[in-house]
Design a protein around this ligand. Structure first.
Ligand code: CMP
Length: 143
């Protein structure tokens, strides 16, 4: 089953949006397979956002993601990467449609509430950065 890494950013946690965001994904029929409320070290932030290290906003990005707790999650489902990206809306909340998470709650491109993997490769890499194998559950024995 396809998996993705999703993370409520410090602005979303501070604004107490974790429950509402989790509820949207549950209502959509996706399955939560791992989650934790955590602080991100500068080291982890730099690894996670490594592909943006040449961008002018890289420092800002690292400072923001390490500024407060985040809620890291792994979700699974059919086409979960594409489905959750649609539900999150465009990266810039100004362009995100109403009804999407960023469209409804996001303020600026930096403070855009949620991060989600954009491909199978990044999902695998990001899940591996944030979760150990034993922190993820399976639903195989459910009847
Ligand atoms: P995210 O999906 O977490 O992945 C990279 C992040 O970089 C993105 O969401 C935005 O929050 C952030 N970002 C993109 N463009 C800018 C920008 N111009 N200034 C600050 N942050 C940005």
């Amino acid at each position: 089953m396809e998996k993705t890494f999703l993370m409520v950013k410090p602005d979303g946690v501070q604004r107490q949006l974790i429950g509402e965001i989790v509820s949207k994904f549950e209502s959509k029929g996706l399955q939560l397979v791992g989650s934790k409320l955590m602080s991100i070290s500068t080291d982890l932030a730099k690894q996670h956002y490594g592909e943006h290290k040449e961008r002018p906003f890289f420092g800002e990005l690292v400072d923001f993601i390490t500024s407060g707790p985040v809620f890291a999650m792994v979700w699974q489902g059919e086409n979960v990467i594409e489905v959750t990206r649609q539900m999150m809306g465009k990266t810039n909340p100004k362009e995100a449609l109403p009804g999407t998470i960023r469209g409804d709650f996001g303020v600026t491109v930096g403070k855009n509430i949620i991060h989600g993997s954009d491909s199978l490769e990044s999902a695998e890499r990001e899940i591996g950065l944030f979760f150990k194998e034993e922190e993820l559950v399976t639903y195989e024995k459910l009847i």
